[in-house]
Design a protein. Sequence first.
Lengths: 324, 349
Amino acid sequence: MGTFIVRRTLWTLLVLISISVLVFLLFFSIPGIDPAVAMAGRNPDPATIRAISHAFGLDRALPIQYLLMMKHLFVTRDLQSYTNQGIRVIPEIAAAAPVTLSLVAGAVVLWLVFSIGIGLVAAVFRGRAIDRILMILGLIGIATPSFLLGEAANIVTQSKLHDTPLFHWVPPLGYTPLSQDPVMWFKHLIIPWVVLASAQFIGLYSRILRSSLLDVMHEDYVRTARAKGLSERRVLIRHVLRTSMITFVSLFGLDLGSLVGGGVVLIEVVFALPGVGLLTFQAASGLDLPVIMATIMYGAFFIVLANLLVDIGYTWLDPRIRPA
Amino acid sequence: MTRVEPSEQVSLPTENAARPAAGGGPWILAGRRLSHNRSAMAAATLLAIIVAVTLLAPLYAHHVAHTDPFGSNLAGRTIVDGKHVDVLQQSGGLGLGVTPIGPTWDVHHYFLGADSEGRDVAARILYGGQASLLIAVGAALGSMLIASVLALVAGFFGGLVDTLLSRLMDILWAFPVFLLAILITTVSLTQGLRFGPISISTSGVVLPIVVIALIFVPFQYRPIRGQVLTVRERDFVKAAIVQGASARWLLWEEILPNVVNTLIVFLPLVMGINLLVESGLSFLGIGVQPPAASWGSIIGDSQNLLYTRPWVAMGPGIMIVLTVVGLNVLGDGVRDAFDPNVRRLVPAA
């Protein structure tokens, strides 16, 4: 287990360095694109372009440009926006991060609880009406873009049914920090959580878990467990579910990235949550590239590190892949 | 009746003996299985209808609704219940701006209402569908092409080439795809992309096709490489090597035909994913650029009409969901047709 963690951590380091190089190359050496002009936003003036050239050493060798970019991003953290009057980018991201973490944490909890629950129910009642209904709902969930589901939720809870007792509690779109008012925090986030988890993720994962449970149920050791006289519930939870979770967890690590990377941007835009995703969206609309550089680098690093933790959890579940 | 495929001149007798007695090549068998799969056929019909309807967009816009779905129409008038009305109506009487007319459910006059620029929403959904489907299909074929070339090279030559390519793909795949798409698009949005002599303009559907194709190369690379490695070890390839076949012959005549079904199985699923990614990018305003529109960009443009005219967002949204459901069901059917060994314990829901 120890060697595995060391090896996996070294691989993660390699991935992090490669991602930073890739981001660097995309920003500074796509042929035909002048990075200073691109970073200056729409209709730049020559002074801004000169300032950018100087800050990123654009007249110097590529490795030095790379080091300068990394210095601005991670060491001095003084990367500034040129379209938005020299606002410091990194403090903006630090201020927005708690919103995004709140959104992701709640959505991941719902994603796991509901996909395991639905997967189990569908597998236990396989072939029956409830199985079919759940799986058809899952199929529709997989096919629904998160921003569409979010807009539909807004139409219902903010407008059409807002004045009925059902959704009267829903506050206007926005955010309240957890430290300021936990109840308001929850009210602001519960619908975004449900939407982010239901669009694509719960549907996909309950279907994956169901088919994996059905495969495992016919394994010899499950028959042995039943033959020993274990209760059906114990067989299901301790023997079948634990093995089925292996596929689930390995995929979970991959999709955590797409949840944080894609879903969060779209959901924060739809629900006006002032997190890193909304920051990315505003920067993309204004072509404010330094902000994009920072949000994407920090976002990608966060995802890769989260993946490392998931992988370590994965080996805990499946001792076979631990090196002897 | 057993037939020897012309492309497998060197196949050993056991290969033929293993073939099912029902006859026909693997393609015919797969086609037959697919045509007996009722949900896959229903999905294929649904997709055919969606494609046909979007292809009829010019016919609808010019001959039924008589509108220009791309030019703004702020002072336009139309007929509702036999009365002439403004397309953009003053709302509330307090001078708080204008509200476009809602659905009239009359195919000749703003069937699904107008958007904030007075354009016919139904016509825009049809044209937007053309863009969305074109991007989904184009990007799927593009990433498949690039991934296949890389996977064939890696799987066939093995060794250092394989190690380097595969590690590179692993690293790229660790990068969150949607962020990568945002990154490439925003960097190239002002000045366009240039690959040597080929330059890609930022307007229209080409930039989203290229971006989405590029980001999903690692996703397609892995299974194709796996299949190349498996096929390479098969007896008929070894027999061809013994006969002194050239590398080109081995790649084109022996390995590629046996990898094609892996590609086909992936195609509908990848198209569905591409459609979702494109709609997300266009919703954020960094996918299809105006005046062109896609389902995602129509939803993105309708943000300030969400509560007054929900159909402007929900219309294209329903089209996205129907198309992706269709592609997923068809994809499951195609997979089962080509890989009948995956035994289903219960019929799929």
